[in-house]
Write a protein that binds this ligand. Structure first.
Ligand code: HAM
Length: 421
């Protein structure tokens, strides 16, 4: 019979890989809490209108990447392509702005985008994201960027570059657009079809196109950062000075535009040369107008999200290698040994020591083979001879050293020897 396979671009994360994932998620949680962010859990699907209104109707995400479907009553629903829109919706819906600001949230979970799958680009992928509401001060931008940088550095990811740009306020962009369009019009023939279309829908995105011909054509394009009003300029300068003060290195990238429409002022991306074409590990920016756009009060905000598949691809092998380790393999055999082994396994687990056994194995030899395969650190040998003496043999599976220990009180004794991790 035909087997039913998983969906293209949607991956299983098998037990070999979950220790890496747990390690990444735990590290992200620890850093978020350390910076005063609290966890929020938002739904996997929302009304389609939420994403269209926040991310922007003319963006790639909304135009062609969303998983949208009618509910049974015809309401259009969408699997979340990112976490900012849902977090802002929850912030507004629960009237969180009535509580003292600032408020800082983080989330971890799956997102869905119908993109062409390749290494580091999936249709179901996972993000760790943070959103900080209520502070317009540039030091919050510094704080958010610092959290992203410290987290990725702590994970040991190689060759990271923080790229940063300012998208100004809406007035700055409105004043800059005709200047950019005049430049693009002169180079239109060299632009790809998508960029020619973007000239009418979202000209700033032309600067972000990855196609080499477009990049060459826009090499000398006027920079938005050269056309910022004093307020936005001062904000950007203070962000850069703050990053310098805390030793977070950055690279100015006037092409950094981002594919979501809600951004203003500071926008940033951390890339790595280890990732190939999909080189952004994490990205974000300020979105001071979004809460209002979605029907809430005027609340400034900033955030970022990290692509966890990309982190996992880059994570050094050693970082999480011992996380799946089980401590004890209980090799219980013979009539009495088997009976006592069942009780011992239960005692070990109840006291918090990881233990396993292959119930199919009936002989010492079979057990030792399974113990080696299990990657446990120790085997506890308990046959009828040991049972008769009221003891067990504790065998170090790496050094093969053995010692005889009393069966009574064994779990407590082993627990007292365990170094807390
Ligand atoms: P984004 O740049 O669309 O921003 O996504 C953030 C990160 O998610 C990317 O840098 C990348 O690592 C990862 N990512 C995106 N798409 C995929 C994919 N198809 N497969 C694997 N990884 C992917 C946002 O989503 C914003 N909500 C970030 C933000 C939060 N801005 C403010 N607050």
């Amino acid at each position: 019979m035909d087997i039913i396979k998983g969906i293209k671009g949607v991956k299983d994360i098998l037990p070999d890989e979950t220790p890496r994932w747990r390690f990444i998620e735990d590290t992200a949680r620890r850093w978020a809490l350390c910076y005063g962010y609290q966890e929020i859990r938002i739904p996997i699907f929302e009304l389609t209108a939420l994403f269209a209104r926040s991310i922007g109707a003319a963006t790639d995400i909304v135009e062609k990447e969303m998983y949208t479907f009618p509910d049974r009553d015809g309401t259009s629903l969408t699997l979340r392509p990112e976490g900012t829109a849902g977090t802002v919706r929850a912030f507004i819906e629960h009237n969180r702005a009535a509580d003292p600001l600032p408020q800082k949230y983080f989330y971890i979970g799956p997102m869905f985008r119908h993109e062409r799958p390749q290494a580091g680009r999936l249709r179901q992928f996972h993000q760790f994201g943070v959103e900080s509401f209520g502070t317009a001060d540039p030091r919050v931008d510094v704080e958010a960027i610092a959290l992203l940088w410290r987290l990725l550095s702590d994970l040991g990811l190689p060759d990271l570059t923080l790229e940063i740009n300012s998208l100004g306020n809406s007035g700055d962009r409105a004043a800059y657009k005709p200047i950019l369009l005049a430049f693009l019009a002169q180079h239109e023939a060299s632009l790809c079809a998508n960029c020619r279309r973007r000239m009418t829908t979202n000209p700033l995105r032309v600067l972000d196109c990855k196609i080499p011909e477009c990049r060459t054509a826009t090499e000398s394009a006027p920079k938005l950062t050269d056309h910022l009003a004093p307020e936005a300029r001062a904000h950007f300068d203070q962000v850069l000075a703050g990053l310098q003060a805390i030793g977070v290195p950055y690279l100015l990238n006037p092409r950094l535009v981002r594919g979501l429409d809600y951004y203003c002022l500071t926008s940033f991306e951390i890339t790595s040369t280890h990732l190939g074409a999909q080189n952004a590990v994490g990205a974000g920016g300020r979105y001071d107008g979004l809460v209002e756009t979605l029907g809430g009060p005027s609340v400034p905000a900033i955030g970022f999200a990290v692509g966890l598949e990309r982190v996992s691809l880059m994570l050094p092998e050693t970082a999480s290698s011992s996380l799946n380790e089980c401590l004890y393999y209980v090799a219980a055999f013979g009539e009495e040994g088997t009976k006592l082994g069942l009780v011992l396994l239960d005692e070990l687990r109840r006291i918090g020591l990881s233990a396993q056994c292959d119930y199919r194995a009936a002989t010492l030899k079979a057990h030792l083979r399974q113990a080696d395969r299990s990657k446990c650190r120790y085997a506890i040998l308990l046959g009828d001879d040991e049972a008769g003496r009221g003891s067990v043999i504790l065998r170090n599976l790496e050094s093969k050293a053995q010692e005889e220990l009393p069966l009574i009180g064994l779990a407590t004794l082993l627990k007292s020897r365990t170094i807390p991790s």
